[in-house]
Write a protein that binds this ligand. Structure first.
Ligand code: RIB
Length: 287
Protein backbone atom coordinates (compact mmCIF):
# COMPACT_ATOMS: atom_id res chain seq x y z
CA UNK A 1 0.00 0.00 0.00
CA UNK A 2 1.58 3.34 -1.04
CA UNK A 3 1.52 6.25 1.40
CA UNK A 4 -1.59 8.40 0.78
CA UNK A 5 -1.11 12.13 0.23
CA UNK A 6 -3.61 14.37 2.03
CA UNK A 7 -4.15 18.12 1.79
CA UNK A 8 -5.84 19.77 4.76
CA UNK A 9 -7.38 23.24 4.45
CA UNK A 10 -8.21 24.68 7.85
CA UNK A 11 -7.50 26.50 11.06
CA UNK A 12 -4.35 26.84 13.13
CA UNK A 13 -4.85 27.90 16.76
CA UNK A 14 -2.95 28.17 19.97
CA UNK A 15 -5.04 26.47 22.67
CA UNK A 16 -5.02 28.10 26.12
CA UNK A 17 -6.42 25.43 28.41
CA UNK A 18 -7.75 25.70 31.96
CA UNK A 19 -8.46 22.33 33.60
CA UNK A 20 -10.95 22.62 36.46
CA UNK A 21 -13.24 20.47 38.58
CA UNK A 22 -16.26 21.69 36.65
CA UNK A 23 -17.18 23.88 33.68
CA UNK A 24 -18.70 27.28 34.48
CA UNK A 25 -22.31 28.11 33.62
CA UNK A 26 -23.06 31.56 32.15
CA UNK A 27 -22.01 34.29 34.60
CA UNK A 28 -20.16 31.87 36.90
CA UNK A 29 -16.46 32.03 37.87
CA UNK A 30 -14.73 28.72 38.53
CA UNK A 31 -11.41 28.93 40.40
CA UNK A 32 -8.68 26.41 41.23
CA UNK A 33 -7.91 25.46 37.63
CA UNK A 34 -4.48 24.56 36.23
CA UNK A 35 -3.24 26.14 32.99
CA UNK A 36 -1.47 24.74 29.92
CA UNK A 37 -0.85 25.89 26.36
CA UNK A 38 -0.93 23.52 23.37
CA UNK A 39 -0.94 23.79 19.57
CA UNK A 40 -4.47 23.28 18.25
CA UNK A 41 -7.08 24.28 15.69
CA UNK A 42 -9.26 21.74 13.94
CA UNK A 43 -7.32 22.00 10.68
CA UNK A 44 -3.92 21.70 12.30
CA UNK A 45 -5.08 18.87 14.60
CA UNK A 46 -6.39 16.92 11.62
CA UNK A 47 -3.20 17.55 9.66
CA UNK A 48 -1.02 16.32 12.52
CA UNK A 49 -3.25 13.33 13.21
CA UNK A 50 -3.13 12.26 9.56
CA UNK A 51 0.65 12.66 9.55
CA UNK A 52 1.14 10.61 12.73
CA UNK A 53 -1.18 7.95 11.33
CA UNK A 54 0.98 7.59 8.23
CA UNK A 55 0.00 10.10 5.52
CA UNK A 56 2.07 12.62 3.59
CA UNK A 57 0.31 15.84 4.61
CA UNK A 58 0.23 19.38 3.21
CA UNK A 59 -1.57 22.12 5.09
CA UNK A 60 -3.16 25.31 3.71
CA UNK A 61 -3.85 27.93 6.39
CA UNK A 62 -3.13 31.43 7.67
CA UNK A 63 -1.54 32.55 10.93
CA UNK A 64 -0.13 35.77 12.35
CA UNK A 65 3.60 36.25 12.83
CA UNK A 66 5.78 35.80 15.91
CA UNK A 67 5.81 33.48 18.93
CA UNK A 68 2.17 32.38 18.75
CA UNK A 69 2.67 31.21 15.14
CA UNK A 70 5.84 29.37 16.11
CA UNK A 71 4.13 27.70 19.08
CA UNK A 72 1.02 26.80 17.06
CA UNK A 73 3.07 25.21 14.25
CA UNK A 74 5.73 23.53 16.41
CA UNK A 75 4.43 19.94 16.36
CA UNK A 76 3.34 20.10 12.72
CA UNK A 77 6.87 21.17 11.83
CA UNK A 78 8.48 18.59 14.12
CA UNK A 79 6.46 15.72 12.65
CA UNK A 80 6.98 16.68 9.01
CA UNK A 81 3.74 18.28 7.79
CA UNK A 82 4.40 20.38 4.67
CA UNK A 83 3.72 23.95 5.84
CA UNK A 84 4.63 25.76 2.60
CA UNK A 85 0.93 26.64 2.21
CA UNK A 86 0.66 28.22 5.69
CA UNK A 87 0.83 31.99 5.11
CA UNK A 88 2.14 34.32 7.88
CA UNK A 89 0.06 37.55 7.93
CA UNK A 90 1.86 40.52 9.53
CA UNK A 91 -1.38 42.37 10.40
CA UNK A 92 -3.29 39.45 11.92
CA UNK A 93 -3.09 37.45 15.14
CA UNK A 94 -2.65 33.70 15.14
CA UNK A 95 -5.95 32.07 16.09
CA UNK A 96 -6.45 31.42 19.80
CA UNK A 97 -8.84 28.97 21.46
CA UNK A 98 -9.82 29.45 25.10
CA UNK A 99 -10.63 25.98 26.41
CA UNK A 100 -12.03 24.87 29.74
CA UNK A 101 -11.82 21.14 30.56
CA UNK A 102 -13.61 19.51 33.50
CA UNK A 103 -12.60 16.45 35.50
CA UNK A 104 -14.69 14.19 33.24
CA UNK A 105 -12.70 15.41 30.21
CA UNK A 106 -15.57 17.42 28.72
CA UNK A 107 -14.75 20.86 27.33
CA UNK A 108 -16.04 24.28 26.38
CA UNK A 109 -14.22 26.16 23.61
CA UNK A 110 -14.29 29.79 22.51
CA UNK A 111 -12.23 30.54 19.38
CA UNK A 112 -10.81 33.97 18.47
CA UNK A 113 -10.23 33.18 14.79
CA UNK A 114 -7.68 35.91 13.98
CA UNK A 115 -5.83 35.07 10.77
CA UNK A 116 -7.97 31.95 10.15
CA UNK A 117 -10.87 34.24 9.21
CA UNK A 118 -8.78 35.91 6.50
CA UNK A 119 -7.92 32.70 4.61
CA UNK A 120 -8.99 33.33 1.03
CA UNK A 121 -9.86 31.09 -1.95
CA UNK A 122 -6.69 32.40 -3.63
CA UNK A 123 -4.69 30.70 -0.86
CA UNK A 124 -6.18 27.34 -1.80
CA UNK A 125 -3.53 26.19 -4.27
CA UNK A 126 -3.70 22.44 -4.18
CA UNK A 127 -0.47 21.11 -5.60
CA UNK A 128 -0.03 17.68 -7.12
CA UNK A 129 -3.02 15.39 -6.98
CA UNK A 130 -3.59 14.43 -3.34
CA UNK A 131 -5.48 11.22 -2.65
CA UNK A 132 -7.81 13.14 -0.34
CA UNK A 133 -8.68 16.70 0.66
CA UNK A 134 -10.04 17.32 4.16
CA UNK A 135 -11.65 20.61 5.31
CA UNK A 136 -13.50 21.87 8.38
CA UNK A 137 -15.54 25.05 8.99
CA UNK A 138 -13.15 27.15 11.12
CA UNK A 139 -12.07 28.99 7.93
CA UNK A 140 -14.31 30.86 5.46
CA UNK A 141 -16.66 28.57 3.55
CA UNK A 142 -15.45 30.11 0.27
CA UNK A 143 -12.11 28.36 0.89
CA UNK A 144 -13.85 25.02 1.38
CA UNK A 145 -15.72 25.58 -1.89
CA UNK A 146 -12.42 26.40 -3.62
CA UNK A 147 -11.01 23.12 -2.33
CA UNK A 148 -14.09 21.27 -3.61
CA UNK A 149 -13.54 22.74 -7.07
CA UNK A 150 -9.92 21.56 -7.08
CA UNK A 151 -11.47 18.12 -7.63
CA UNK A 152 -8.64 15.86 -6.48
CA UNK A 153 -9.26 12.50 -4.83
CA UNK A 154 -11.66 11.90 -1.96
CA UNK A 155 -13.22 15.21 -0.84
CA UNK A 156 -14.15 15.20 2.86
CA UNK A 157 -15.58 17.90 5.10
CA UNK A 158 -15.86 17.84 8.86
CA UNK A 159 -18.90 20.12 9.33
CA UNK A 160 -17.50 21.59 12.56
CA UNK A 161 -18.36 23.96 13.99
CA UNK A 162 -21.82 23.71 12.42
CA UNK A 163 -22.93 26.71 10.39
CA UNK A 164 -24.66 27.56 7.13
CA UNK A 165 -22.95 26.17 4.00
CA UNK A 166 -23.98 26.08 0.33
CA UNK A 167 -26.19 23.10 -0.49
CA UNK A 168 -23.71 22.32 -3.28
CA UNK A 169 -21.11 21.48 -0.63
CA UNK A 170 -23.38 18.97 1.11
CA UNK A 171 -24.35 17.45 -2.23
CA UNK A 172 -20.89 17.22 -3.79
CA UNK A 173 -18.71 16.07 -0.88
CA UNK A 174 -17.67 12.41 -0.98
CA UNK A 175 -17.65 12.26 2.82
CA UNK A 176 -19.26 14.47 5.48
CA UNK A 177 -18.24 13.96 9.11
CA UNK A 178 -20.49 15.16 11.95
CA UNK A 179 -21.17 14.66 15.62
CA UNK A 180 -24.72 14.47 16.99
CA UNK A 181 -25.14 18.23 17.40
CA UNK A 182 -23.90 18.91 13.88
CA UNK A 183 -26.12 16.16 12.48
CA UNK A 184 -29.14 17.82 14.12
CA UNK A 185 -28.12 21.18 12.61
CA UNK A 186 -27.88 19.86 9.01
CA UNK A 187 -30.70 17.29 9.24
CA UNK A 188 -31.63 15.44 6.04
CA UNK A 189 -29.42 17.82 4.04
CA UNK A 190 -26.52 15.56 4.98
CA UNK A 191 -27.77 12.73 2.80
CA UNK A 192 -28.90 14.79 -0.22
CA UNK A 193 -25.84 14.08 -2.33
CA UNK A 194 -25.75 10.32 -1.85
CA UNK A 195 -22.14 10.31 -0.63
CA UNK A 196 -20.83 8.97 2.67
CA UNK A 197 -21.78 10.48 6.03
CA UNK A 198 -19.90 9.52 9.19
CA UNK A 199 -21.73 10.24 12.45
CA UNK A 200 -19.88 10.10 15.76
CA UNK A 201 -22.00 9.25 18.80
CA UNK A 202 -19.57 9.57 21.72
CA UNK A 203 -19.98 6.58 24.04
CA UNK A 204 -22.32 4.98 21.49
CA UNK A 205 -19.56 4.70 18.85
CA UNK A 206 -19.86 5.78 15.22
CA UNK A 207 -21.95 5.01 12.16
CA UNK A 208 -21.12 5.31 8.45
CA UNK A 209 -23.88 5.88 5.91
CA UNK A 210 -23.73 5.77 2.13
CA UNK A 211 -26.63 7.28 0.17
CA UNK A 212 -28.55 7.53 3.45
CA UNK A 213 -28.19 3.81 4.28
CA UNK A 214 -26.07 2.49 7.14
CA UNK A 215 -23.07 0.58 5.78
CA UNK A 216 -20.92 0.24 8.91
CA UNK A 217 -21.11 0.71 12.67
CA UNK A 218 -18.29 0.74 15.23
CA UNK A 219 -18.72 0.45 18.99
CA UNK A 220 -16.86 2.92 21.20
CA UNK A 221 -13.75 1.61 22.93
CA UNK A 222 -13.72 1.79 26.74
CA UNK A 223 -10.75 3.97 27.77
CA UNK A 224 -9.99 6.33 30.66
CA UNK A 225 -11.10 9.83 29.61
CA UNK A 226 -8.68 12.65 30.42
CA UNK A 227 -9.50 15.26 27.75
CA UNK A 228 -11.81 14.93 24.73
CA UNK A 229 -10.24 17.91 22.91
CA UNK A 230 -8.93 16.75 19.52
CA UNK A 231 -10.69 13.36 19.58
CA UNK A 232 -13.12 14.37 16.84
CA UNK A 233 -10.24 15.70 14.76
CA UNK A 234 -8.40 12.41 15.17
CA UNK A 235 -11.49 10.51 14.03
CA UNK A 236 -11.76 12.67 10.88
CA UNK A 237 -8.11 12.28 9.93
CA UNK A 238 -8.06 8.55 10.61
CA UNK A 239 -11.22 7.85 8.65
CA UNK A 240 -10.10 9.86 5.62
CA UNK A 241 -6.67 8.24 5.70
CA UNK A 242 -8.09 4.72 5.98
CA UNK A 243 -10.53 5.31 3.12
CA UNK A 244 -7.74 6.84 1.01
CA UNK A 245 -5.76 3.66 1.68
CA UNK A 246 -8.62 1.71 0.13
CA UNK A 247 -9.70 0.02 3.34
CA UNK A 248 -13.17 -1.48 3.53
CA UNK A 249 -15.73 0.86 5.18
CA UNK A 250 -16.19 -1.11 8.43
CA UNK A 251 -12.45 -1.50 8.90
CA UNK A 252 -11.89 2.22 8.21
CA UNK A 253 -14.56 3.19 10.76
CA UNK A 254 -13.06 0.86 13.39
CA UNK A 255 -9.57 2.32 12.79
CA UNK A 256 -10.95 5.86 13.20
CA UNK A 257 -12.81 4.93 16.40
CA UNK A 258 -9.68 3.35 17.88
CA UNK A 259 -7.54 6.39 16.99
CA UNK A 260 -10.05 8.80 18.55
CA UNK A 261 -10.33 6.62 21.67
CA UNK A 262 -6.58 6.91 22.21
CA UNK A 263 -6.78 10.71 21.76
CA UNK A 264 -9.01 11.12 24.83
CA UNK A 265 -6.55 9.36 27.11
CA UNK A 266 -4.10 12.30 27.24
CA UNK A 267 -4.37 16.05 27.85
CA UNK A 268 -4.25 18.64 25.07
CA UNK A 269 -5.30 18.52 21.45
CA UNK A 270 -2.07 17.86 19.60
CA UNK A 271 0.02 16.17 22.33
CA UNK A 272 -2.73 13.52 22.56
CA UNK A 273 -2.80 12.57 18.86
CA UNK A 274 -1.74 8.94 18.45
CA UNK A 275 0.81 7.44 16.04
CA UNK A 276 -0.15 4.61 13.73
CA UNK A 277 1.80 2.04 15.77
CA UNK A 278 -0.18 3.05 18.88
CA UNK A 279 -3.49 2.49 17.09
CA UNK A 280 -2.43 -0.84 15.62
CA UNK A 281 -1.15 -2.07 19.01
CA UNK A 282 -4.39 -0.91 20.68
CA UNK A 283 -6.49 -2.76 18.11
CA UNK A 284 -4.43 -5.93 18.61
CA UNK A 285 -5.04 -5.69 22.38
CA UNK A 286 -8.80 -5.67 21.75
CA UNK A 287 -8.72 -9.01 19.81
O1 RIB B 1 -11.38 20.37 17.75
C1 RIB B 1 -10.59 20.89 18.79
C2 RIB B 1 -10.06 22.24 18.42
O2 RIB B 1 -11.12 23.15 18.29
C3 RIB B 1 -9.14 22.86 19.43
O3 RIB B 1 -7.79 22.47 19.26
C4 RIB B 1 -9.37 24.35 19.29
O4 RIB B 1 -8.30 25.04 18.76
C5 RIB B 1 -10.62 24.46 18.42
O5 RIB B 1 -10.33 24.89 17.15
Amino acid sequence: MSTPALTIIGSVNLDLVASAEKLPVAGETVTGATFAQYPGGKGANQALAARRLGAEVSMIARTGEGPNRDAALALLRQDGVDLSGVVACPDEQTGVALIAVDKAGENQIVVASGANATLSPEDVNIEGHPDAILCQLEVPTACVMAALRAGSGLFAVNLAPAGPVPIELLEAADLLIVNEGEAAFYGEGLHRGGGMVALTLGAEGAVLYRAGKEVARAAAFAVPVIDTTGAGDTFCAALVLALAEGREEGEALCFASAASALAVTKAGAQPSLPWREDVEAFLREQD
